[in-house]
Design a protein around this ligand. Sequence first.
Ligand SMILES: Nc1ncnc2c1ncn2[C@@H]1O[C@H](COP(=O)(O)OP(=O)(O)OP(=O)(O)O)[C@@H](O)[C@H]1O
Ligand SMILES: [Mg+2]
Length: 462
Amino acid sequence: MMALWTRADLEAATNGQFLAAGDGDVSGISIDTRTLRPGDLFIALKGDSSDGHAHIATALERGAAAVMVHDTTQCPTDPRILRVADTMAGLQALGLAARARFGGKVVAITGSVGKTTTKEMLRLCLAACGPTHAAEASYNNHWGVPLTLARMPREAAFCISEIGMNHPGEILPLAQMVRPDVAVITTIGSAHLGHMGSLDATAQEKASLILALPAGGTAIAPDDAHGLPMIVDAARKAHATLWLAGAQAGSTARYDNVESGPEGSVFVVELAGQSIAVRLGAPGLHLVRNALAALAACAALGADTHAAAMALRAFRPGKGRGAVSTVAQGQIILLDESYNASSASVRAALDVLSHLPASRRIAILGDMRELGAFADAEHHALAAPAAASADLVFCCGPHMKSLFEALPPARQGAWAETAADLAPMLAPRLTTGDAVLVKGSLGSRMRDIVQALEALPAVGAA
Ligand SMILES: Nc1ncnc2c1ncn2[C@@H]1O[C@H](COP(=O)(O)OP(=O)(O)OP(=O)(O)O)[C@@H](O)[C@H]1O
Ligand SMILES: [Mg+2]
């Protein structure tokens, strides 16, 4: 395999200089010495609360092939030290250089929810068609996006980038760094509404991904997206082709005949004049929609959509993103959605809960964060779908109080200030045959509740 970066490449891309002559190409990139592998370039990034410069010696000890720094005052004079003006700018320069030399195709994915899920589906799909590189975890911000590019092997055929945002104006510069051939918008919803101000502003922001397409590129968006005119307008400005995806007649990519169960869904995708049978090993219509977007992206790249659909059979939801398991010695079904929550994803998860085979359905909901002044209204609006899908609802967090209080009394389990306070109240209320959904924003620490449920011994009979 070719080196990821030679020393000469690194100097040229970052306008930096090694402290002394040396040898040893770079095979990977690390920004954290705890996960550094021998042969990596360690980049000493400086954040608000931490500074990678404190870990230079560790990086060298662990076998880093190179260490990018901007402050050499504490540095040993090691030939592996690469001095640049600023390490964050250095990382971004490497990302740009990686993109410039890349001969494969690039897909960028944004959206209010479903970015990582769609990215992981597309990773499976494209890997069946050629060497594929994709963002790790949710690496979708000012360092995650260039890091993904900088790690891209030259010989890859496909690269998948996840692009996120919390504030207006964040997507376009990242998209311009990525220069996608295909741009996917998964959803437009109320996540981060507190910073965005309105759904229209959110749609405008997501649409800016499309502006980074080349003429003739393809944009893929939900056929029922809020702010569709803005998406249409962005595609027109970029001279890109717009493909709408969803269930509507006339959409470019359509799903149909969905049969869903707790193990997953079977459905048909109509795309580019083809009917493709798909089997997905995870339940939920939201995942069907993500899979549709992933297959549409494959088609837009000219990849083999049948091979891609076959590969999707191996898809399993990520930790905290809809994994279904049993706890309490198999007596209770657990739907773990503890990684994240926004209106759209809570509705999607409640829908999955309502279809799980159980004698009783229980929703355990923690606060959705980053909704600012919209928080109480957004939480309150979920009381009706929660009461429709769950027999009993437990809530924690200050905002969830407004949902809890809006529930019919028969549906009210209990409310507590924090997940830690709620966890011990649950066990006595659970019985054999229950299906339990746990969902909340990462900061609501709902994974503590998942852990408590996973540690449950057997529960009482109904
Ligand atoms: N299309 C969808 N519609 C509604 N909910 C979805 C959809 N796709 C995924 N979800 C749910 O939303 C949550 C977050 O999913 P995922 O991690 O894929 O989103 P993301 O956009 O990458 O989030 P982040 O901004 O945190 O990176 C999960 O609970 C997941 O099940
Ligand atoms: Mg993500």
